[in-house]
Design a protein around this ligand. Sequence first.
Ligand code: HEC
Ligand code: HEC
Ligand code: HEC
Ligand code: HEC
Ligand code: HEC
Length: 275
Amino acid sequence: MHAWKACVPKGTGGSNPPPSAIPQGLLKPPGDSDFFHFGKRIRRFKNEHEGDAFPPMAQIFSPRANTFARIGIGGAVGLVIAFTWTWNTLYWSPYATWVGVPREQPVPFSHKHHVAGLGIDCRYCHTSAENSSFAGLPPTETCMTCHSQLWTNARLLAPVRESLATNIPIRWNRVNDLPDFVYFDHGIHIHKGIGCTTCHGTVDQMPLTWKANTLYMKWCIDCHRDPERFIRRRDQVFNAKWQAPSDQQEEGLKLLRDYHVNTTGQLTNCSICHR
Ligand code: HEC
Ligand code: HEC
Ligand code: HEC
Ligand code: HEC
Ligand code: HEC
């Protein structure tokens, strides 16, 4: 029986196609060469996929996508770094902190002239620094104790005279200004031996006042952690020329005990400054 006869479905009535309609290849008994080619294909398939644990998977991304992904990730990381750097630089720069930037004032009042030059004590003008939370700014009358006799016609002092005549205080631009949610108290710092210049810098050398420190939270806490680095004798608190002695560490630790400074670590509690 010919091979094709077996392929005729049952119930077709046995109307076999004429032998001429049958493809020649089917009639030919399989020769050696067919097996040879089939074997070669198996071998080729094995060679191609030798060692593959899994059958080959459809490729979702083109090979170029790898390059794009690398550029993309690299770019994102770069952006984050650049942003952090810029933010950090700005946060600590004078643009944000105002540190070292002389503040314009309605009257160009000079601590350099009045403190270093004339030797006036801080308390003459900042009367409440010692005993109150505010150091306070001097009223016009304080200036006029001298300037009603000195420099009486100076143009620089015109706003001072006007303030006295109209009874409207001079509006000084604030140099140091904490946000309202921070509690600060001058009195306790002065009382425990922290000097004006530790926080405000060498005010006696400033022709126009500037901020000497950021007043950022980190700055407050850095001192609250170990105040022995800054503490001085109480009678030196107003001395703008005070310099830390070479044995500040020992002297500081001694003063912490003498002045009963709280060294329990409570000074860094949030509720100390945020009440
Ligand atoms: C003759 C009066 C006078 C004396 C003395 C004086 N100050 Fe002042 N101080 C002022 C006036 C006025 C201002 C406001 C204008 C300004 O900021 O410069 C001021 C501002 C300041 C400020 C900035 C206030 C703010 O806005 O944050 C600080 C800090 C300060 N004084 C510290 C001192 C210290 C420390 C001393 C002593 C070494 C001192 N002052 C002595 C009159 C005085
Ligand atoms: C104890 C006296 C005294 C008091 C108080 C005083 N001044 Fe003067 N002020 C002087 C003298 C003296 C000069 C002249 C300084 C010089 O030329 O060396 C002066 C100069 C000035 C000048 C001219 C610019 C300069 O610095 O040389 C200004 C502005 C001034 N004072 C503003 C003020 C203001 C504002 C106050 C009040 C916060 C004040 N002064 C309080 C004595 C005083
Ligand atoms: C522990 C740091 C510290 C010390 C010490 C200190 N100050 Fe201040 N001072 C500040 C801070 C912080 C502010 C801003 C306060 C605010 O905005 O509430 C300030 C504000 C001021 C002001 C502006 C007016 C006011 O009361 O807010 C003056 C004036 C002043 N200080 C003068 C002085 C004088 C004078 C001394 C020394 C007797 C002194 N300070 C010691 C931190 C200090
Ligand atoms: C140079 C050191 C120094 C700096 C800077 C400083 N402090 Fe202090 N602070 C002290 C010392 C010392 C005490 C006293 C601790 C005690 O009561 O024994 C104190 C006490 C205080 C207290 C009172 C704590 C109490 O027991 O009631 C407050 C509030 C405070 N600081 C807030 C601040 C704030 C806010 C800043 C920053 C703007 C600041 N301090 C910066 C040294 C510092
Ligand atoms: C010694 C004083 C002090 C202590 C203690 C303190 N802070 Fe602050 N904190 C400050 C000051 C000053 C600022 C304002 C800083 C500024 O002007 O940006 C601040 C600002 C902040 C802000 C506003 C965001 C910022 O950083 O400006 C947060 C939130 C805050 N503090 C949370 C805390 C928490 C939480 C704790 C306790 C772990 C704490 N603080 C302890 C002084 C303090």
